[in-house]
Structure formats: structure tokens, C-alpha cells
Design a protein around this ligand. Structure first.
Ligand code: CP
Ligand code: NVA
Length: 299
């Protein structure tokens, strides 16, 4: 069974093919409906706006029927095992997307399911987001080859998927954030062994200088509410001053939701270099392409 759990489970050519499909779906040249007659579950253990709506609309546009399941409404929320949930859902559904508190829930669901599982964010990664982000960069800048991408702030789930993307797509990635919030060493080692050009720094100016994209995320991710992130991340705010260090045509990306005045100045996210709403729109197109490819590989 072919799942979509992490970017690193795929080779670059396969992800590029998905991005090509995403562009064709966005332009309307690909109107195929590979999910016709299929039912796709959407399990949410955490809140969501973009993932919730873009998957539901995307499944419908591909001809399928979404079945939205809040984890608290499922027996999963009362202690039914992930394995039994996977076995049962496989008898009704043709695929399942899950946003989970723990990454292991997604891998366990995939282990016991006879249907493809798509990761809609965990504590460790957010691969659908980075596919949409790359689609946005390709639209705005034409290519990922040789460009420098600057990540500011927390070494979180979104940063982890950027690290995987750097290993697969060959762009230069600088991550500027406090040493205590660095991404997992094992993931960095994997990426570097694949030849990724990744620099970790506590100097946001060095990271932003000549970058083609400045990317950030909330300082306090879902589940990270206890701690001193809001204080510790202060030097890594996306400011107009930092944007001035980047390439003149650099774009600003943020997966959203954003807190203006905290991780990003309003002038940046609402300014002319911001691509955050194209980025949000591209969740729809990128995920439709992911589902189309995953479905065609499995059925
Ligand atoms: N970017 C993102 O995944 O947004 P939601 O939490 O609203 O789904
Ligand atoms: N890092 C954020 C992303 C939200 C889409 C979180 O996990 O809350």
C-alpha cells in the first residue's frame, strides 16, 4: 500500500510529477476525477481551517465523497485502538487523511489499513503543506534550483518537512532559530547524507541575506502551548528589515494561521512580497494531485 506520510518516502521525480499535476489541476487543463465513486475519511485530532476545507473540497472536485471525522466523535477518542480503527475504516473507505497529535498514530494507521493514508499534519511533519509551498515557489520564482530558502523560528513539524524537501529538491536551506528549538538531529543527518545543503544558525540576518523566500510559522504550535517560545523566538520575527536583506524579488511564505506582530510583522505578511494566500490556495491543488497519484498507484 502506498501512503503519503512524509516527503522522504518518495523520490524527487514522483514529487515533481505530483507538482506538475497540481499545476495542471490549478490551470484547469486536468479536470480528471480519479476519486469518482470513492469515499475518503478525514480524521482530525486537532483543529484545522485550511486542511479541513481544502481536502473536503478537493475530494469532491475529484469526484469523491469526503467523510469528516472528529477524533473526539470516534471510538478512537474513547480508547479504541488505532489498529482496529484502521481495519474497520478500510472496510468502508477508499483512503483516509489524518491530522494527528502523534506521528506514530499515522504510521500505525498506515500499518494496519488496507487503504492509503495521507498525513494532514502531525507533531513531526506537514508534507502536504510543503508541496503547496513548493508549488507557490515554482509559480512565483520559476525554479527551486540554486535558490536559498530562509526558515525563521521554531524547528517544528513544518521546518522538518522543509528539511526533507531540501534533500529532495536541491535548494539551499538556512534555518535560523534558537539552539534549543532545533529540528531533530537524526532528520538533519538523513538530509545531509542525501547531499542537502542545510545551515543552522542563530543569526537571522545571515539566514535572510540573498534568500529567495523567507518562511516562518507560528512560534507556538498546536500542543506546544506550555513553555517560553514566545520569549525565546523574539529575535527571529519576520520583519521588513529582514525582507530587505533577501533578494529584491523574494517572497514571504507562512503556512497560516499567523499571529501578526508576533512571528511576523503585519507589513510583511500583508505586503507586496507576501504569497501566503496563493500558498493557502495551493493546498487545494497540491493535495488533489497527491490524492490522484496515490489513488492511481494503489487501485
Ligand atoms: N496550514 C494549515 O495546515 O492550516 P490549518 O491548520 O488551518 O489546516
Ligand atoms: N506548526 C503549526 C502548523 C499549523 C498549520 C502547528 O503545528 O500548530
Amino acid at each position: 500500500m502506498r501512503h503519503f506520510i512524509d516527503l522522504k518516502d518518495f523520490d524527487t521525480g514522483r514529487l515533481e510529477a505530483m507538482l506538475e499535476t497540481a499545476a495542471q489541476m490549478k490551470s484547469g487543463t486536468d479536470k480528471s476525477q480519479p476519486m469518482a465513486g470513492k469515499y475518503v475519511g478525514m480524521i482530525f485530532e486537532k483543529p484545522s481551517t485550511r486542511t479541513r476545507v481544502s481536502f473536503e473540497v478537493g475530494i469532491s472536485q475529484l469526484g469523491g465523497t469526503p467523510v469528516v471525522l472528529a477524533a473526539s466523535d470516534l471510538q478512537l477518542g474513547r480508547g479504541e485502538s488505532v489498529a482496529d480503527t484502521a481495519r474497520v475504516l478500510s472496510r468502508y473507505l477508499d483512503a483516509v487523511m489524518i491530522r494527528a497529535l502523534r506521528h506514530e498514530t499515522v504510521t500505525e494507521l498506515a500499518e494496519y489499513a488496507d487503504i492509503p493514508v495521507i498525513n494532514g499534519l502531525t507533531n513531526l511533519s506537514h508534507p502536504c503543506q510543503i508541496m503547496a509551498d513548493i508549488q507557490t515557489i515554482l509559480e512565483r520564482l520559476g525554479s527551486l534550483k540554486g535558490i536559498k530558502i530562509c526558515w525563521l523560528g521554531d524547528g517544528n513539524n513544518v521546518a522538518n518537512s522543509w528539511i526533507e524537501a531540501a534533500a529532495l529538491f536541491g535548494f539551499e536551506l538556512w534555518l535560523a532559530g534558537p539552539e534549543a528549538y532545533r529540528p531533530p538531529a537524526a532528520l538533519l543527518a538523513w538530509a545531509r547524507a542525501k547531499g542537502a545543503n542545510i545551515t543552522l544558525t542563530e543569526d537571522p540576518v545571515a539566514a535572510a541575506t540573498d534568500a529567495s523566500a523567507i518562511v516562518t510559522d507560528v512560534w507556538v504550535s498546536m500542543g506546544d502551548e506550555h513553555g517560553s517560545r514566545e520569549r525565546d523566538m523574539q529575535p527571529f520575527k519576520a520583519t521588513t528589515k529582514l525582507m530587505e536583506k533577501a533578494q529584491p524579488d523574494a517572497i514571504f511564505l507562512h503556512c497560516l494561521p499567523a499571529i501578526r506582530g508576533q512571528e511576523v510583522e503585519a507589513e510583511v505578511i500583508d505586503g507586496p512580497q507576501s504569497a501566503v494566500f496563493d500558498e493557502a490556495e495551493n493546498r487545494l491543488h497540491a493535495q488533489k494531485a497527491i490524492m490522484a497519484h496515490i489513488i492511481s498507484e494503489n487501485f
